[in-house]
Design a protein around this ligand. Sequence first.
Ligand code: NAP
Length: 262
Amino acid sequence: MKNVVITGSTRGIGFSMAKEFLRAGCNVTISGRGEALSEATQAELSPFKGKYIYIQCNVQDKASLQNLWDASLKHWGKVDIWINNAGQNVPHKFSWETGESYTENVIKTNITGMIFGSQVAAAGMIKQGHGAIYSMEGLGSNNMIQVKTILYGTTKHALRYFMRGLAKELEGTGVIAGRLSPGMMLTDFITKTPDGDPSEVISDEKFKKLFNILADRPETVAKFFIPEILRNTKNDVLIAWLTNRKAAWRFMTAPFRKGRLI
Ligand SMILES: NC(=O)c1ccc[n+]([C@@H]2O[C@H](COP(=O)([O-])OP(=O)(O)OC[C@H]3O[C@@H](n4cnc5c(N)ncnc54)[C@H](OP(=O)(O)O)[C@@H]3O)[C@@H](O)[C@H]2O)c1
């Protein structure tokens, strides 16, 4: 039975992965910036009482991540899997139109937070002699350039470089590092702006069409990820949901996928 820590797991793919790990019999530390999980979330998790804990953690702060590790280790005895999932988006604007706070936030969460999380997990896992660290890729990881998303893309591009480098550095330690690629998913990340307002991209007809063809619900992606993560023993792996083949098939069958999600 594995003990799992997921940063940014109060909603979206992080929460779906947490539930899927719990269904697979794992113990899970759920975390996010809030003091506690909402009542609705707690109610949803009621079948798993005793199998999960919630720890407040803002990934922009290394001490907060260290506390997430320490509290998880204290509670579960060891941490087998650590997932850097916490991530933020920026408003759909050109880079030069994007405000300073959004620019700083996306870098501090998606790059600095992911690196801090990996540093904390790697040091702890090397000490315990085993473990696996994964980070969540996104648009930009594979070099694709999409205007008005390049700040976010820069962070996910850096994430791939860092995680591949980390895998090399970890060779021979008993600890492995890998990446998760979820494709596109129907979460707050897409449907809302960073300030929580309805996002303008989802009313754009072109985006809607593409989204309905390619995207999935986070539950679907989590159902694919979790058995793959639990099975994996290889270093530097990429566990990808939306492969080129799958995307090509989706386009071929597009007429049957109208209005699927939004
Ligand atoms: N949705 C997509 O299409 C898509 C595609 C590719 C990759 N991704 C990646 O998948 C990951 C999760 O995205 P999602 O779509 O599930 O987004 P989401 O629904 O907006 O959830 C984001 C999660 O991150 C947490 N979070 C945000 N800032 C944080 C911080 N500073 N410290 C700790 N936790 C923080 C949030 O928790 P609190 O608000 O409770 O703190 C929340 O649990 C991100 O890394 C994103 O880049 C998403």
